[in-house]
Design a protein around this ligand. Structure first.
Ligand code: FE2
Length: 431
């Protein structure tokens, strides 16, 4: 059999070592040891990890790379970030959003991200962000999956035109219903918004992904309503609670009732570790709360958890570089997931768990999956997280679409950098 691409001597996230991966017509057609066959292109993985691409299940592509426009966030709080975004929205153009988003997509792909779920703010009567990101979605489709969530940043009830705008955005092709119940005027309005938005999604056969309880207020309990409406409307497995930071501060007795309800509704959960640790607990003196949702307990209950990046260089967060291993690393530390098994799970949280949240088909390094992969300069998922490993090659539909030169200062303790031919990964024109 002849392959378009053959990867030799790869380790896989599930612990298999030294396997060969054959790709043809954009699909993985063989994963086994010792494949002897012709291939148009052969890559020696050198015993390094070949993973399916990283998946970022929570991002804001309409705001990314806007840092400092029109000014910086001085207090560093979530609320000043929202106010600053409100200043930028009326003055930015569709073209500016498209340009920034495409730049970010290039960065993300070079960092091995293959799929992004981005929220897009619909609280703008011109729907500039929606127009821009729909354009971007089609421009990047051959190399990046982009899902869009209609996100009423200023509250679907609190903002006077948000309901109309959300319907317009969904009609234009935005595929997921978003929300922000904790930002509505009252707890009652927040709960009503969850009901309204879930009913809207059920009517249209869409998934739901809400910013839910992104607050340090232990009484912010909208996830309870989200679980209830998910079960009532038969949306199990199609609804995600993003952030869920108030759960960090909730009463333990209440949480012991809440988590089983979330599990029953098959909710997915998306903590955003970089942003949560940066923004939560800002009103505390000492001790300061971490604010990340209860990852070990949710996981223990069987709830699917993916880590999101949320922000890169925008009104809420000045840092970031599209590195899902950085996200996994922070989530690992904040949740104190330090056992070997737990650390490996953090890699799943930025790959297969998030793929499940997005409903991606053909995801994985298995026969019959799409030939989308990343070759990492690390022998296993834990080392990948420890090193924020270099993405030596990013593969999409059986073709290499990005290469990065191997890092020889990477502190791989087994001396493996020397096993990879640096010339193979050197960027063109490198000296
Ligand atoms: Fe967000």
């Amino acid at each position: 059999m002849e392959f378009d691409l053959l990867l030799k001597n790869a380790n896989l996230p599930d612990g298999q070592t030294g396997v060969d991966i054959g790709c043809a017509n954009g699909m993985i057609v063989a994963v086994e040891r010792g494949i002897n066959a012709e291939a148009a292109e052969v890559i020696d993985a050198g015993g390094y990890l070949v993973s399916p691409p990283f998946v970022d299940p929570h991002f804001h592509m309409d705001a990314t790379l806007s840092l400092g426009t029109p000014r910086m966030n001085v207090s560093g709080t979530l609320l000043e970030g929202i106010a600053l975004w409100g200043e930028l929205k009326p003055v930015q153009s569709v073209d500016e959003i498209v340009t920034r988003a495409l730049r970010y997509c290039d960065l993300a792909v070079s960092m091995g991200i293959g799929s992004i779920r981005s929220h897009v703010d619909i609280c703008d009567d011109e729907l500039k962000g929606v127009e821009a990101l729909l354009d971007v979605r089609s421009q990047v489709a051959s190399y990046l999956d982009l899902q869009l969530v209609g996100f009423p940043q200023d509250g679907v009830f609190r903002d006077p035109t948000a309901q109309t705008n959300l319907l317009r955005a969904l009609d234009m092709g935005v595929e997921i219903v978003g929300g922000i119940p904790h930002f509505e005027r009252t707890m009652q309005d927040g709960a009503r918004s969850v009901t309204y938005l879930c009913e809207l999604a059920a009517e249209r056969g869409l998934r739901v992904d809400m910013h839910c309880d992104e607050s340090d207020d232990p009484m912010s309990r909208h996830v309870e309503t989200l679980a209830y409406e998910t079960s009532r409307l038969g949306l199990e497995g199609r609804v995600t609670g993003s952030h869920l930071t108030s759960m960090h501060s909730m009463d333990n007795y209440y949480v012991s009732k809440l988590i089983p309800l979330m599990a029953e509704a098959e909710l997915h959960a998306i903590p955003n570790p970089l942003i949560n640790i940066m923004l939560q607990g800002r009103h505390d003196t000492y001790p300061k709360r971490r604010g990340q949702t209860r990852v070990p307990e949710l996981r223990e209950a069987g709830i699917n958890i993916g880590f999101g990046s949320d922000c890169v260089m925008d009104p809420w967060y000045s840092l970031g570089r599209g590195d899902m291993l950085d996200v996994a690393n922070m989530g690992l530390h904040v949740a104190q997931l330090s056992s070997r098994k737990d650390m490996a799970w953090c890699f799943d949280a930025v790959t297969e768990n998030s793929a499940k949240i997005m409903g991606l088909e053909g995801y994985g390094v298995r026969k019959g999956c799409k030939a989308n992969m990343v070759l990492l300069q690390a022998v296993d998922p834990i080392e990948a997280i420890r090193l924020r490993a270099t993405r030596l090659a990013v593969i999409r539909a059986g073709k290499v679409i990005s290469r990065t030169q191997a890092s020889y200062a990477a502190l791989n303790l087994d001396g493996r950098p020397g096993t990879v031919d640096p010339a193979q990964y050197a960027p063109k024109n490198a000296g």
